[in-house]
Ligand binder design. Sequence first.
Ligand code: FES
Ligand code: FES
Length: 228
Amino acid sequence: MAKNPTESKIAKGTEEREKSAPDTGQPLLGRVSRRSFLSHIGAAGIAATTPVFASVSAPAPPDAKEAPPTDGVQGAVPVSLRINGREHNLKLDPRTTLLDCLRENLNMPGTKKGCDHGQCGACTVHVNGRRVNSCLTFAVMHSMDEITTIEGIGQPDHLHPMQAAFVEHDGYQCGYCTSGQIMSAVALLKEPVGPTDEDVKQAMYGNICRCGAYPNIIAAVQSARKQA
Ligand code: FES
Ligand code: FES
């Protein structure tokens, strides 16, 4: 599709500045290029405006390259991670969080970064079936674990019942919190949570929705629980 004139101008200006920018020789962790920054902003914009299950559930392309952004970083260590049933061998700065590893090293943007401080739940994944805030744990701590992300829960053509319930009950607005909400809700199906809406609210209290879609989120979770 043809770019609009404003987008073309921005892209052209960015390319020209990229060409003239000096190569500092710094490793990528310490130096994010303007081009990659703009492409991330673009991806976030798309995620915010496309139907949520096309964006949060889309798998990384099968031939997606595992970027080696820590090459040359002092102290990088080899790590093997098993994610959604597939093994990934990486070299990581040991300070890399599981969230950053998923998004930056493995090109899996379905897991969202909200607060990056363990307060919003946008980054929720499963580690050995239990929900975990991936911004609060280091990737190197999980070499023996089974990690599941939203990409491993369901796909647009084969939704998990919880995803289908979120669609049916309009359990989202902008969709930014939705992958974390769904990961928490799926884990909740196996937790000893009481039957009432209040029980579900308590169990989901770690997942913040800035759009305030809570009534529909609760309805979706309760609907999926009845079918489970
Ligand atoms: Fe991890 Fe907010 S990004 S809890
Ligand atoms: Fe927008 Fe939850 S749907 S933050």
